[in-house]
Write a protein that binds this ligand. Structure first.
Ligand SMILES: [Ca+2]
Ligand SMILES: [Ca+2]
Ligand SMILES: [Ca+2]
Length: 260
């Protein structure tokens, strides 16, 4: 979050146009083991023919915590562990970011909230002529925000850090700017050993998970890149619990057969 527009434009003018990324599909840059990404130097995380990712950030907040913990910027909240995976679809057009938080503590957690922040650009260097649309209905416990990423006027990054997205689109078609997107989910309770799974899809061909999605476009009619951002969250039973449930089903099925 150190970019300033004047410095960036001076950088672009000094170096000239950056080579266009390979057409089509998604070529992920080096996403950290915490599921974060920050571009340094020329774009190396391409989305479709003209899209690129500037930043991916994540913020986790157990219920009762005073503030969120930003992934990669400090320790996780005590009692939580994170397992991150990025999964690219076979045709390379959809990238899923999967964050699994396990409750390592001795007691149940009332709930856990997570915010995923995505700052992407379409057809650089014009990262400020874009807009976003919201489509579909929010799931229970889901929130969203579209805003300028905070270099000029947007409050989205501050809201993500606080764990409370404002549920508004501040960069609609009528008011194009630098678009950034955020989705949030709250799930729970989380028994000891259970896992809260938060998944986010970045798609360059319009695919999504869940009923709600954010769609980023460029106002330039010659621009064909569209970035779709969506997500879902669930509580995943620990493997031992799932095995016990299956064993119970087998025992009950056996009892039922004996009664007949
Ligand atoms: Ca643009
Ligand atoms: Ca806002
Ligand atoms: Ca952007």
């Amino acid at each position: 979050m150190l970019r300033s527009r004047s410095i960036f434009l001076a950088f672009v003018l000094a170096l000239g146009p950056v080579a266009a990324p390979t057409a089509g599909a998604i070529i992920p840059g080096s996403i950290s083991t915490e599921g974060t990404y920050q571009r340094v130097g020329p774009p190396d995380f391409s989305v479709g023919t003209g899209g690129s990712v500037e930043e991916i950030a994540g913020f986790v907040k157990p219920s009762g915590a005073l503030a969120s913990s930003q992934l990669g910027a400090g320790p996780l909240p005590s009692g939580l562990s994170l397992s991150f995976a990025s999964i690219l679809s076979g045709d390379g057009t959809d990238l899923v970011l999967r964050y699994d938080f396990s409750n390592l503590g001795p007691g149940a957690l009332g709930g856990i909230g997570f915010v995923s922040f995505l700052d992407a650009e379409i057809d650089e260097p014009t990262f400020f002529n874009e807009y976003a649309e919201t489509q579909g209905a929010l799931a229970p416990g889901q929130g969203f925000e579209v805003d300028e990423p905070g270099f000029v006027f947007g409050d989205i990054y501050a809201n993500a850090l606080a764990g409370t997205l404002d549920g508004t689109n501040a960069v609609p078609l009528s008011d194009p700017e630098d678009v950034s997107l955020a989705l949030s989910f709250s799930v729970g309770p989380l028994a000891p050993g259970q896992v809260a799974r938060f998944e986010f899809m970045i798609s360059e061909d319009g695919d999504s998970i869940g009923a709600f999605r954010l769609v980023q476009r460029d106002i330039d009619p010659g621009s064909t890149t569209v970035i779709t951002f969506s997500g879902a969250a669930s509580v995943v039973p620990e493997p031992g619990t799932a095995a016990l449930v299956m064993a119970g089903v087998v025992v009950l099925a056996g009892a039922s057969r004996r009664r007949q």
